[in-house]
Each structure stands twice: as C-alpha cells, then as structure tokens.
Design a protein around this ligand. Structure first.
Ligand SMILES: NC(=O)C1=CN([C@@H]2O[C@H](COP(=O)(O)OP(=O)(O)OC[C@H]3O[C@@H](n4cnc5c(N)ncnc54)[C@H](OP(=O)(O)O)[C@@H]3O)[C@@H](O)[C@H]2O)C=CC1
Ligand SMILES: O=C1Nc2ccccc2C1=O
Length: 311
C-alpha cells in the first residue's frame, strides 16, 4: 500500500494520517442492538476493522468510550499484525449528554485508564472530549477540570495528543484560556451540506492551529440522510471526469480544504476503493464548484438540539 498522506499537528509535530476509519455510527448501533455482542466482542466489527487496515489501506482508527468498540479496535490492531507505531488510534471520553450519564463521571483520566485496558495499548495517539456538554449532570467535572486531566494524560504518556469534538467557539475559548497544552484537534460534523457547523468554527480552528476533523463526510450521498440535493448532478459530472465514485469526490473535497475526513463502511468493495482518494486531485475550480453549489443547502445529522436550539 502506498503511504497515506498526513496532516502535521502544531504542538507536537506528530503526523496524523489524513483519513480515518470510524467505529461509531452504524457499528455502535449494530453492536449495542445485538444481545450477543452488546457486552462482549463483535467479531464482525473486528473483521471489518482488520480488513480496513490490511486491505483498505487505512492507518487511522477512530473510537470512543460511548461506542463500546474499543475492544474491537484493540483486537483488529493485533490481528492486522501492523506495528503499533505505524498506526494512529483516536479515542474519546464520553462526558455524558441528555439523560445519559458518563461511564467515567470523574473525567477523562478515568476514561482513558479504562480505555487503554480495553484497547490493549500503552497509549493512544489522540484523545478527545467527545462533546461540549458540561451541565453538571453528565459528569462531575467542569470543562476546565476535564482539560487539566487531559493534560495529565499527556504528561504521563497515555495520550500523545489531546483535543475536542463538537466544540463551538465559546467553549473552545474556555479551554484556550486555561490550557498548558492547547487542543490540537476539533472533530466536528462537516460535509458539503454543513460547511458552517457553528458560526466561523472552521476558520477559528485554523487560526488557532487546531486541525478540523470531519465526521460524516459522505452525508450528501447517503440516501437515508439526504434523498436529493443540489450536488447530485455535479457529483455525477465530477465522478465521470475523474473516473472515481462520488464518495471519493466528497472525501477529496474535505481533504483539499485542509480538513481530515472520518468515514466508515461495512461494504468491502467501497472499502478497497477508498485508497484511490490519493490517486487524483480535484482542480481548484471543481473544489469551488462543490462549495458554491452546496453551501446554502443544509443538513445536520448530529446534536441538532445543541447547535440549532434557536431555529
Ligand atoms: N465525534 C462525534 O460526535 C462523531 C464521530 N463520528 C465518527 O465518524 C465516523 C464516520 O461517521 P459516518 O457518519 O458513518 O461517516 P460517513 O459520512 O463516511 O458515512 C458512512 C456511511 O455511509 C454509507 N455510504 C457510503 N457510500 C454510500 C453510498 N454510495 N450510498 C449509500 N450509502 C453509502 C456507508 O454505508 P456502507 O457501510 O454500506 O458503505 C456508511 O454507513 C463514525 O464511525 C465515528 O467514528 C460520527 C458521528 C459523530
Ligand atoms: O459515531 C457516533 N454516533 C453518534 C450518535 C450520537 C452522538 C454521537 C455519536 C458518535 O460519535
């Protein structure tokens, strides 16, 4: 497999592989919904993850406490026989939201201590606070206290890099005001139909040397989410122009905007195709064409109550 391009993280200079394979979304729904796997190991997920590593060319895996898929990630890494230092593992602390209390209410330190055992690893490459909900119900810490624990995890070598997910500018500023180590990453929902996730967040992150990761990058072509949209004819045209499927056009659009896409699949044909994302480059005019055609069409799949409470 040719090497995967990377982004360089500002504080540590670490090179993070420029595309990730997610073990949340459909995988967590399937695992939690099946009484046979709910409290043990989902072998079908281990197989998909191992396939993604060995045949799909992925070197970056994304998991989270709330997905319950840390154990499958750990097993797939072992099964792949790929050396640990050739892989990138991202994990997240679930701080609790809505009626759901965190599984680690004392904070990220507790979460990653449990996580490393489940993963069978000594460290993760990146550890994130999953979401910006600190109302005192989900966990017992403030965001500032949580960040101190994140920094302790760095000092103890348990997390090489730390960051956040689904954070908007006001709460990011709370961390920036107290941090010894700034967040290196903000993982947010970002795709052609959600270019302005919360006002100015992408620009704010770029200005503060925080890498943006885009979850759900394929939303415009997932019919269960968007039946039809303004990009449909453009994706058809660009697929034929570049000779790749429309998912690759969308992943490339994210990447060429300096953002790291996190995708997933259980479809082996689609999975082996993904590596072709590095074999072509969209002309700048085509990147712009996608941006312009889709920016006024809106779809948000996650955390509507928080981000769109005034709408
Ligand atoms: N931090 C956070 O709060 C969140 C993080 N995430 C992370 O991001 C990861 C990826 O998120 P996700 O939304 O799944 O990402 P994607 O946008 O990549 O969507 C993947 C889904 O799209 C489907 N798909 C791909 N191509 C097509 C097509 N041509 N037609 C129909 N369906 C298609 C796949 O199905 P198939 O299997 O059939 O290929 C798969 O179910 C998660 O697993 C998780 O790790 C996700 C949500 C929130
Ligand atoms: O993968 C995910 N699926 C989700 C569903 C609801 C909230 C967060 C997430 C994820 O991070």
């Amino acid at each position: 497999m040719p090497p995967v391009p990377s982004f360089t993280l500002a504080r540590t200079g670490d090179k993070i592989p420029a595309i990730a394979f997610g073990s949340g979304t459909k995988h967590q729904i399937k695992k939690k919904g099946d009484p046979n796997t709910k409290d043990s190991i989902d072998q079908s997920l281990v197989d998909v993850l191992t396939f993604a590593l060995t045949k799909g060319g992925f070197t970056h895996l994304d998991t989270a406490e709330v997905y319950t898929t840390r154990v499958e990630i750990g097993q797939a890494i072992k099964d792949s026989k790929i050396p640990r230092d050739k892989l990138w593992v991202t994990d997240k602390w679930n701080q609790g939201w809505g009626e759901r209390r965190s599984e680690s209410p004392s904070g990220p330190y507790e979460s990653l201590t449990k996580g490393l055992k489940l993963l069978g690893l000594d460290y993760v490459d990146l550890f994130l606070i999953h979401a910006p909900f600190f109302d005192g119900k989900g966990s017992d810490v403030t965001v500032e206290e949580a960040w101190k624990q994140m920094e302790q995890l760095v000092d103890e070598g348990k997390a090489r890099n730390i960051g956040v997910s689904n954070f908007d500018e006001p709460i990011l500023k709370k961390i920036l005001a107290v941090s010894k180590y700034k967040p290196q990453v903000n993982q947010i929902e970002h795709h052609a139909y959600l270019q302005n996730q919360s006002p100015g967040i992408v620009d704010f992150c770029k200005k503060n040397e925080i890498l943006v990761e885009a979850f759900s990058p394929l939303t415009p072509i997932v019919p269960a989410k968007v039946k039809e949209g303004p990009l449909d004819p453009i994706l058809a045209e660009l697929s034929s122009k570049y000779g790749v499927n429309s998912g690759l056009i969308l992943l490339r659009w994210v990447y060429q905007n300096g953002i790291l896409p996190i995708t997933t699949s259980t479809n082996k044909e689609r999975l082996v195709e993904t590596v072709k994302v590095w074999d072509f480059e969209l002309e700048p005019a085509d990147v712009e064409k996608i941006t312009t055609a889709s920016k006024d069409f809106h779809f948000r799949g996650f955390f509507k109550d928080y981000f769109e409470k005034d709408k």
